[in-house]
Each structure stands twice: as structure tokens, then as C-alpha cells.
Design a protein around this ligand. Structure first.
Ligand SMILES: Cc1ncc(COP(=O)(O)O)c(C=O)c1O
Length: 442
């Protein structure tokens, strides 16, 4: 057993014990695929600000950040207050509320392309609705998505170009999966005239892990989709309110027809939205015309759509983002983290680099001459430099040293990661690289 794995076992007896039970209860022993970690995942007890703790009493600087949903950190006082107040007033009023109006206004203020909105409970539902809206609005069946781009686990979004277990071929054949950074390939597919929309993660697969050459690619994609009458759907589930206050679209000045949002949009509680041009979203609207309402309208139910708890935390978070330097603080902390990681790579003479946009930092165990924001390395090289051979020991090693990153070597930074937390993280990274060297990994 490697020294990193040995120490991982030693530090986490409580997690080992719980995982034994979990394997009997859950498929794969986990409740979300990304929590599947060999040899076992850690079990967390509570969190505050940028810190979380596990069942063995270990403390971590947290960069999973609620899978990207926590730009204000854990249990921000403003969010705690609004949750407590709303619980006292009811978590589901079975009626329209002021909170949902406030939430929609807050989104529209930050994301000007959004004219109208419908709320959902998860990003997966939002992307499913975006596809349905695009198909109904254009009268066309096909959707283009880009290789490796993640849009949740609904049947259309998981198309890879091949077969997928449990999904009928007929469903998959309505999806066209194309390579990233290849506008001619998109244009050729659009020439068929049967494409309703192109959907993408605006800075590349897995929040830019496989970067798109922004902003040029986005400009070109906007132009070709317009030319061929197809909609452009930006999946801003992670990038929304993080790449800039108004998401990737405001940062790069692109106006999509539809946007999907989740994570930050609901202030750390479950919640999501699809928003965009009014006439597209109005495919869901009642017209009090039996022909339209029964046959052509898109139905949209959902018990927890715009529930007042998520609506009030979402509105509170977004109003703070609009008013306060939340994004600036998170971006500055991420810049310090990125610089610290790159210094450690140089100091220890380990091949690799850290890069990323805004408050997202990614580590790859291969060097290149990129600007440390948008990596210009080939995607197969990025995959090689981020293979499980590196990322398993990195995750376990960082956990051993009191830091919890996401599995792909991604660190999602919040506005409450202070210099002290960043410097602790850089020191943990240095210790981890030394241990990886000792174990013969780098
Ligand atoms: C870009 C993107 N789209 C959609 C989703 C799905 O969102 P949810 O997990 O809320 O269903 C995710 C989740 O990580 C995502 O990263």
C-alpha cells in the first residue's frame, strides 16, 4: 500500500466503518457518483465558512464548495437567517409567493439575456426543459452537444455518440455529439436544417477542465447558430454567477437564447431555473385556448419548483452578489491559490501547472505554456495529466493534509476563503506533492 493510502486509512477509521455499512445500502456505497472515492469516501459532519469537519474530527479547507453551489461559503449568516425565518413561515405554501418574484427579479438583474424564467429542483431538470423548449419552439428534433460536456443525467444529456445503458437508441439518435473547438463541424451539422439547439458548458467540459477557446469560440458559435435558425443554450449551472456576476455570458458578452442555472442560483439549497427569451419560455404559458393548452403547450409541474425556502436563499445570495464584491473576493482568493500551486510545482520541479478562470482552479500534471487561465494543451494531454493515476493520490494526499478538493483536481473557491486558508492549502499541496514523489507517482 502506498504511504498516502496508508495514512488515509489511519486518519479515517470512522469513515472506513461507515463505508462498510454504506456499501450494503447504496449502489457503489455512495449517493452521488462523484463521491465515489477509492478506497472509501470521507463522512462529513458539519461545515462553516470555508471549513468542514469529518466524523473522525479532522478539519478541512473545503473546495468542493457544495459541488460549486456555495460562493458565500457554508452557512453564511445571511443564509442561516433567511432559512430560519422561512422555516418558521412554512417550507411549502402550495401557492405563489413574494419570494419567487424576488428570486426571478434577482436573476434578471444579473443576467440580462433572461426575460422570463421557470424554476426547477435540479440542474438536470433545467437542461431537460431547455431541450424540450428548443424542440417545441423551433419545430426541429435534433440537439447538438459537445463531447464530455456535462448537463446532468437526463436521457438526452448523457449522449456520447454511442450506446448508453438504459436509454433507447431512438432517444440518443436525436442528439448530435461533436468535438469541442470545431466550428466547421457545428456548421456542417447545422446545414441539415433539423437542429433545434446547440447546448454547451460555456468555458468547456467540466467547467473548463477541457477548455473551449473563449471568447472566440463562443462568438463564432453564436454567429453560426443564428445563421441557421438554431438556438444557443448556455448551461450556466456552474458558471452562472461565478464566471462573473452575470455568468460566462456576461463575462464574454454573448447573448444566448436560453440559459440553464442551478447551484449558486439557489444560494446553497436545491433549486434551478431555465431562463431566456420570453417567446421561447412562453411555450410553457397557458393561452386559455383549448387547442394550444392541451396539444401544443409544454406542461411543467414539479412539487418543489420555487419552494419558498430555496427561493428566499436564492434571492438573498443573488442580491448579495449584485451588491457586494463577492465575485471579486472569490476571484482574488483563487488567483492567490493558483499562483501558490504554480510556485510549488516549480520549487519541487514536478511537471504540472494550475490554471482556471475566475474562482475555479484546476491542477494538471503536465506543463504547458498557457496563460494559466485557458489552457491551450491538447485535450488528450489534459486527460493524461489528470488521469486517476495522479488524481487519486492528489485527492487522498490533500485530504490527509486537511484540504478537500474535487476529484478532478479542481478547487472551487468561495468569497470566504481568506489568505490564511489559501496559504494552508498551498502548504498542504507541497506536502502532498512530496508524498506523491515518495510513492513514485510524480
Ligand atoms: C454544467 C452542469 N449542468 C448540469 C448539471 C446538473 O445539475 P444537478 O446536479 O443540479 O442536476 C451539473 C451538475 O454538476 C453541471 O455541472
Amino acid at each position: 500500500m502506498s504511504s498516502i493510502t496508508e495514512r488515509y486509512y489511519q486518519k479515517h477509521p470512522g469513515s472506513v466503518k461507515r463505508y462498510e455499512e454504506a456499501k450494503q445500502l447504496f449502489a457503489g456505497g455512495v449517493t452521488h457518483d462523484t463521491r465515489y472515492t477509492t478506497p472509501f469516501p470521507i463522512y462529513a459532519t458539519h461545515a462553516k465558512g470555508p471549513i468542514k469537519w469529518d466524523v473522525d474530527g479532522n478539519e478541512y479547507v473545503d473546495y468542493v464548495s457544495g459541488h460549486g453551489s456555495l460562493i458565500l461559503g457554508h452557512s453564511h449568516p445571511a443564509i442561516e437567517e433567511v432559512v430560519a425565518r422561512q422555516i418558521g413561515r412554512g417550507t411549502h405554501l402550495g401557492a405563489s409567493t413574494d419570494e419567487e418574484l424576488r428570486w426571478a427579479r434577482a436573476i434578471k438583474d444579473l443576467m440580462p439575456s433572461v426575460e422570463k424564467i421557470r424554476f426547477h429542483s435540479s440542474g438536470t431538470e433545467a437542461t431537460l426543459m431547455a431541450f424540450r423548449l428548443a424542440r417545441a419552439y423551433t419545430g426541429r428534433d435534433k440537439i447538438i452537444k459537445l463531447e464530455d460536456h456535462f448537463h446532468g443525467w437526463q436521457d438526452y444529456a448523457v449522449a456520447t455518440g454511442g450506446g448508453v445503458a438504459g436509454i433507447p437508441d431512438g432517444t440518443l439518435s436525436s442528439m448530435i455529439v461533436l468535438p469541442p473547438n470545431d466550428i466547421p463541424a457545428v456548421e456542417r451539422a447545422l446545414e441539415g436544417g433539423d437542429v433545434a439547439a446547440v447546448m454547451l458548458e460555456p468555458v468547456g467540459a467540466h467547467t473548463g477542465h477541457m477548455p473551449l477557446m473563449v471568447p472566440q469560440y463562443l462568438d463564432d458559435l453564436r454567429a453560426v447558430t443564428r445563421k441557421h435558425g438554431a438556438l444557443l443554450i448556455m448551461d450556466e449551472v456552474v458558471t452562472g454567477f461565478r464566471l462573473s456576476r452575470g455568468g460566462a455570458q456576461v463575462r464574454f458578452g454573448i447573448e444566448p437564447d436560453l440559459s440553464t442555472m442551478a447551484k449558486i442560483v439557489a444560494g446553497g439549497l436545491p433549486g434551478a431555473a431555465v431562463g431566456g427569451k420570453a417567446d421561447i419560455i412562453d411555450m410553457i404559458a397557458f393561452r386559455d385556448d383549448p387547442e394550444w393548452d392541451a396539444k401544443r403547450r409544454i406542461a411543467h409541474q414539479g412539487t418543489f419548483n420555487a419552494n419558498p425556502l430555496s427561493a428566499s436563499t436564492g434571492a438573498t445570495a443573488l442580491e448579495m452578489i449584485a451588491r457586494e464584491p463577492i465575485n471579486e473576493r472569490a476571484d482574488a482568493a483563487a488567483a492567490r491559490l493558483k499562483a501558490g500551486f504554480n510556485e510549488v510545482f516549480s520549487k519541487l520541479e514536478v511537471a504540472g501547472h494550475a490554471r482556471g478562470l475566475a474562482s475555479v482552479v484546476m491542477v494538471t500534471f503536465k506543463d504547458c505554456g498557457c496563460d494559466r487561465e485557458v489552457c491551450t494543451m491538447g485535450h488528450s494531454d489534459i486527460k493524461e495529466g489528470s488521469s486517476p493515476k495522479f488524481m487519486g493520490p492528489l485527492k487522498r494526499g490533500m485530504i490527509n493534509n486537511g484540504v478537500d478538493p474535487m476529484g478532478r483536481g479542481t478547487f472551487i473557491v468561495s468569497a470566504v476563503h481568506e489568505n490564511e486558508h489559501i496559504d494552508r492549502t498551498v502548504a498542504a499541496f507541497e506536502e502532498t506533492l512530496k508524498a506523491m514523489r515518495e510513492d513514485g507517482v510524480v
